[in-house]
Design a protein around this ligand. Structure first.
Ligand code: HEM
Ligand SMILES: N[C@@H](CC(=O)c1ccccc1NC=O)C(=O)O
Length: 365
């Protein structure tokens, strides 16, 4: 049939708020709010996953078809919009007072947001490194937490396992695409290194100028020394970053790959007004926007949690707010995209490039 209810499945949807006992009539308004807000989040997560998968699949191609970059941008823009919608929903949860929540909280143990399979899928699909994960404060990994309390497998575990096996992360395909960027010449390590070298020189010159200005305005000798050290560290950071010397344990091939990725990001950001670079640069800017929203989500969740349950132990057994705040601070996926912000130059200090014409297009052609 083709009625609204046949399509939107209204009755089915409204029958899903009965909690563990599938009996909504026994639940307080507070508990139904608790359930519905979670369900709404899971639906937003579902849409976010679909868009991230679409974007990942586009970048998986080699070469990535130019014509598809706008579609990738559309998907990423939608992910940002979805998070922007979802984050303020925590406000509704905050209408639950501490004591109202305590009325049913103990019945939830050991269930926890830890067990949201779709949140884990989002992290995995984006490319969060497992080594960064903060211990939950219980035995086993985040995967173990997806098992039922008797240790048996669950639909959540199956979903996350399937995601882990279902192909590369957005981060890995995006970085491979960036490494193939022609940087002022052919897409070779030599072009990338030449550009990086010129950029480092431009950067040093700009920072030296900033040191001069800071010295003129500092009041005491100690302040001058402190500022100078700070600025000199910026020079060192830029060098180590562009030479990929900051990470230990990489073999030479991995380091060279890293250098190309980083040079490509700096190049795209520095010459974003060249027509052929405009879309790639738009895409990386949207990736930053997605990660920024994720961090804001974690922060907002933590502040809501602090308001409702303070700093007590979570039903999942973690340190609660302390754990959540750590995730907001430490879970970073696209570190290189963020790091480039620190070293970009004013337009007049950006090195001149030789092959500017290759990045233009002419409508007349
Ligand atoms: C009153 C409402 C809520 C409280 C008090 C609360 C509390 C907590 C706490 C304490 C944790 C840490 C794990 C633990 O030890 O249990 C946690 C994790 C989590 N919560 Fe909530 N939460 C609430 C609502 C929500 C909502 C509405 C969502 C939306 C889906 C959500 C999603 C998550 C997720 C995904 C995690 C895992 C975070 C991670 O491991 O990075 N929570 N929550
Ligand atoms: N970890 C929460 C409980 C909790 O939030 C929760 C429990 C069951 C189903 C979903 C939950 N939501 C998100 O963390 C707490 O410690 O109160």
């Amino acid at each position: 049939m083709r009625n609204y209810w046949d399509y939107i499945k209204v009755e089915e949807l409204l029958s899903l708020q009965g909690g563990f006992d599938n009996d909504e009539s026994k639940l307080s308004n507070d508990e139904v709010v608790f359930i519905v807000v979670h369900q709404v989040y899971e639906l937003w997560f579902k849409l976010i996953l679909r868009e991230l998968e679409t974007a990942r699949d586009l970048f998986r191609q080699n070469p990535v078809p130019d014509m598809k970059l706008a579609s990738a941008a559309t998907s990423l823009r939608r992910v940002v919009a979805l998070f922007e919608q979802a984050v303020p929903h925590f406000r509704v949860m905050e209408t639950l007072t501490t004591r109202d929540y305590l009325d049913f909280r103990d019945r939830l143990i050991p269930a926890s947001g830890f067990q949201s399979a779709q949140m884990r899928e989002i992290e995995i699909l984006l490319g969060l490194d497992d080594n960064l994960r903060i211990p939950l404060g219980r035995e086993g990994s985040y995967m173990a937490a997806l098992r039922s309390s008797d240790g048996s497998a669950s639909t959540a575990l199956a979903r996350v396992e399937q995601r882990r096996e279902s192909g590369p992360s957005l981060k890995s395909v995006l970085y491979e695409w960036l490494a193939r960027t022609p940087i002022d010449g052919p897409a070779t390590p030599e072009s990338a290194d030449r550009f990086a070298k010129a950029f480092i020189a431009g950067h040093e010159k700009e920072i030296e100028n900033r040191i001069r200005l800071a010295k003129q305005n500092a009041l005491t000798a100690d302040d001058i020394a402190r500022l100078e050290e700070r600025y000199r560290n910026e020079i060192k950071f830029a060098e180590r970053f562009l030479r990929a010397e900051d990470e230990e344990g990489l073999d030479e091939e991995a380091r060279a790959f890293r250098r190309r990725v980083r040079a490509a990001i700096v190049f795209l950001e520095s010459y974003r007004e060249l027509p052929r670079l405009a879309w790639p640069r738009e895409v990386i800017d949207l990736v930053i926007a997605v990660e920024q929203q994720m961090i804001i989500w974690r922060q907002r969740h933590a502040r809501m949690v602090e308001r409702v349950i303070g700093r007590r132990t979570g039903t999942g057994g973690s340190a609660g707010v302390d754990y959540l705040d750590q995730t907001a601070l430490r879970y970073r996926i696209f570190n290189d995209l963020w790091a480039v912000r620190t070293i970009l130059l004013r337009k007049p200090s950006v090195p001149l490039i030789e092959h500017e014409d290759e990045y233009r297009f002419r409508v007349e052609d």
